[in-house]
Design a protein around this ligand. Structure first.
Ligand SMILES: Nc1nc2c(ncn2[C@@H]2O[C@H](COP(=O)(O)OP(=O)(O)OP(=O)(O)O)[C@@H](O)[C@H]2O)c(=O)[nH]1
Ligand SMILES: [Mg+2]
Length: 333
């Protein structure tokens, strides 16, 4: 369903460098002791989540990620250089599984979260470590440990920052297309949206937020009406909700009542959905509000109920920039 993106990759950590067999050679010390240094550790393969990325697209061209090998140890007790780690950058919301066993190795859910997927092999010990009373001049050193190879499956379940909810035909997809670069299908009938749409809302300073627009909800969705509750799972993990209401043609004849119908359906699905931070968005203010109340009066009714409220026209763009800035303040902080 829309949000899921998959990739298969192979990761291999670097081999450890070999330990060195060497003896001190100095004019004053013709038979110097062993001085072979240790091999360097192999590089790790690390996975890191970044909120700047939104798809696994970049990974498709690259399928092998390899940590650098450690360098061998040298004489004079000099250790070999450690192999460099390699970092795989992925979007936030990535789950990593072992391809063979299916075991979940990582679930990266916040920005900059990272973990080692395969640890580099240990460097071998140089011959100076193996001196014993019986053998003062060991002629052997340890091999470096081999790196580990794994085949992994990456699965992206985007965790949107903001979810747009509303009754059908209120302008949710129009709003998404205004505040982000997404181009969802928009039309003047209910249930135009049949699967979630996802957009990225970016700001001048390169900050960005992901927004999910889900199909319209109707009264009785919990008993299977309309498209039901099937898509609400996608906004369960969002931190913020926008309730979009149609001020021109409210379904129940009253915008405030429409809002309570919506809240009730969300509550039935999961009470956590009504506890999220949220803003009420009164849409279609380019048209005449239904009934006698003015836009200001409608907004006041929402304020009186304790909800923040913004009046916009997703079609003409009026109030949309204010909404974007409000979201930026509330969600990026
Ligand atoms: N006049 C006016 N029309 C709007 C506005 N916003 C959306 N519309 C119109 O309302 C209709 C429905 O818009 P959509 O964005 O598809 O609504 P939706 O909430 O996504 O609908 P579903 O996906 O079916 O639930 C379309 O004809 C839009 O052009 C607005 O601010 N003003
Ligand atoms: Mg829609």
């Amino acid at each position: 369903m829309g949000f899921i993106d998959e990739a298969e990759i192979t990761v291999k950590s670097g081999d450890g460098g070999a330990g060195c067999v060497s003896f001190r050679r100095e004019r004053s010390l013709p038979k110097g002791g062993p001085d072979g240094g240790d091999g360097g550790k192999g590089g790790n393969v690390v996975i890191k989540a970044s909120r700047r990325l939104h798809s696994l697209y970049d990974l498709h061209s690259k399928i092998l990620f390899k940590g650098q090998n450690g360098k061998p140890g040298r004489g004079n007790n000099r250790s070999g250089k450690k192999g460099k780690d390699i970092e795989i950058l992925v979007p936030v919301g990535i789950m990593v599984r072992d391809q063979e066993t299916g075991e979940l190795l990582a679930d990266l859910v916040y920005d900059n979260q990272h973990m080692i997927l395969v640890e580099g092999g240990a460097g071998g010990k140089g011959n100076s470590h193996f001196v014993t009373a019986a053998n003062r001049a060991p002629r052997f050193a340890q091999e470096g440990q081999k790196g580990t190879e794994k085949r992994l499956k990456l699965e992206l379940k985007l965790v949107a920052d903001i979810g747009i909810v509303g009754l059908p035909n209120t302008g949710k997809s129009t709003l998404l297309s205004r505040i982000s670069h997404a181009h969802p299908k928009i039309d003047n009938y209910p249930f135009t949206t049949v699967a979630p749409n996802l957009g990225v809302m970016s700001f001048d300073d390169e900050q960005s937020l992901t927004v999910a627009d889900i199909p319209g909800l109707v009264e009785g969705a919990s008993s299977g009406k309309g498209l039901g509750h099937r898509f609400l799972q996608h906004i369960e993990r969002t931190g913020f909700l926008l309730h979009v209401l149609d001020v021109n043609q409210p379904h129940s004849g009253d915008v405030v009542k429409d809002f309570s119908i919506l809240r009730q359906e969300l509550e039935r699905f999961h009470p956590c959905l009504t506890e999220k931070d949220q803003v009420v968005v009164i849409n279609k203010i380019d048209l005449k509000p239904f009934g006698k109340k003015s836009i200001q009066e409608i907004c006041r009714s929402f304020h009186d109920l304790g909800h923040e409220c913004l009046a916009i026209s997703a079609l003409t763009g009026q109030g949309v920039e204010e909404l974007r800035q409000l979201l930026r303040e509330k969600v990026i902080s």
